[in-house]
Write a protein that binds this ligand. Structure first.
Ligand code: ZN
Length: 408
């Protein structure tokens, strides 16, 4: 090792092997060979890197640690003869608090992970914040963490990236970049808060972003985002507040969504998105959420304004079929309305002579398909007609509701 210091600003570590940078900042293009798209690493150099990393640990043993523009080689555990050592000096130990007791915040800024890697912390209760800012992940990377916060800001995922079996209080993605065919998997995660901000997945059928088995306990916050081809399975947000702002849904696949706080347009988008995928049952749920928000809007408007028609239709839709959610409700209304018209009206108007409690007569009266009024109602044709009009309206609701429930 020479006596010259690394040319990287703010780095006082000695230069490495004829380069003008230290072992952490130097390019590592010649540290591996690529054979059939797989990197074969120079074990000696990689071992050297992690030894040096261990050496310099005291300098990073403070509350807040920032790795700036570090270029990391692979740190797969079993790649080296001293693989056990990798366990100790890799990031396992870092997040484990065994060596860095006071570490609260670990930031990787403009770093590159050239090889595959895995960051795990064994202790279940840690208060560490892990931030990746403008970091490039070139190879397969896995995170398995129990930490306070994990955030990705403008990171680039070039291969497969997994966050699995983790308990993270705050998980945040802001502006991601990716290469074609790259994959981002979030699986079996328990988070209090999950944030997605400014991500565009609209054109990225070639980029797989999959979320499965995600439980969010407090807050799901998605903004300025085109969720496009996002795939979500087994999302439990039943206890979370959801905030959507300027999001676009197109081909997004949603799982269970039970409790959502959002504006009407967001629900509408969720409804349309699900409708377009043939996911009608979920779409119906979003639709009833949309109506709930619409109700709030209409509530603020007066019956004596130009909006009275909207209010009336809303009220009728709600009463008759709960916005097409119930096919049973229209049947009940049809029966009630028919009884109201048949018994009191027909007897009162037509006179007691016409009282006919037979099912035959009742069926004749309520028959929507009959084009003419029965001879005994001819004198009171307008009442017969009003019943027909109301019944048609109810039947329309019945058909709509049934269609909603049964279409494929
Ligand atoms: Zn350096």
């Amino acid at each position: 090792m020479s006596n010259k210091e690394c040319s990287h600003s703010d780095c006082e570590i000695k230069t490495f092997s004829g380069t003008d940078k230290c072992i952490f900042h130097c390019k590592k293009d010649d540290w591996y060979e690529e054979v059939n798209d797989k990197k074969i690493w120079n074990k000696k150099l990689v071992a050297k890197f992690w030894e040096e990393f261990k050496e310099h640990k005291p300098t990073i043993a403070i509350n807040q640690t920032i790795f700036s523009e570090y270029i990391f080689p692979t740190f797969k555990r079993n790649m080296s003869t001293n693989g056990v050592l990798f366990d100790v000096i890799g990031f396992y130990s870092f997040l484990d608090n065994r060596y860095v007791k006071k570490l609260l915040s670990l930031t990787f800024s403009k770093c590159k992970f050239l090889g595959d890697g895995e960051i795990i912390n064994i202790e279940k209760e840690t208060n560490i914040t892990l931030d990746f800012n403008e970091v490039i992940f070139k190879d397969i990377f896995k995170l398995n963490l129990h930490i306070n916060k994990l955030s990705f800001n403008n990171c680039k995922f070039e291969n497969e990236f997994h966050i699995i079996n983790s308990n993270i209080k705050i998980l945040k993605f802001l502006k991601t970049n990716h290469l074609k065919d790259s994959k981002l998997y979030i699986k079996k995660i328990n988070a209090n808060k999950f944030e997605i901000d400014d991500i565009d997945l609209s054109r990225s059928s070639d980029f797989i972003f999959q979320i499965s088995n995600l439980t969010i306990n407090k807050e799901l916050n998605i903004k300025e985002t085109n969720l496009g081809y996002l795939e979500i399975n087994d999302l439990d947000i039943s206890n979370a507040t959801i905030l959507f702002k300027n999001i676009t849904l197109n081909n997004t696949k949603w799982g269970n969504i039970s409790k959502i706080e959002a504006d009407r347009d967001t629900f509408r988008q969720l409804k349309v998105a699900n409708d377009s995928q043939g996911n009608y049952i979920v779409a119906n749920r979003f639709f009833s959420m949309e109506m709930r928000e619409y109700k709030k809007e209409l509530k603020e408007k007066s019956w004596f304004s130009s909006d009275w028609q909207d209010k009336l239709i809303f009220l009728l839709n709600k009463i008759v079929s709960n916005f097409g959610q119930s096919w049973f409700l229209p049947l009940v209304w049809f029966f009630i309305i028919s009884c109201i018209f048949y018994f009191p009206f027909s007897t009162y108007i037509c006179g007691y002579a016409y009282i006919d409690f037979s099912l035959q007569s009742f069926a004749q009266f309520i028959n929507l398909l009959s084009k003419r009024a029965d001879i005994k109602y001819e004198t009171f044709y307008h009442f017969w007609l009003i019943h027909k009009i109301i019944s048609s309206f109810i039947t329309y609701h019945f058909i709509i509701a049934l269609k909603r429930q049964t279409r494929r």
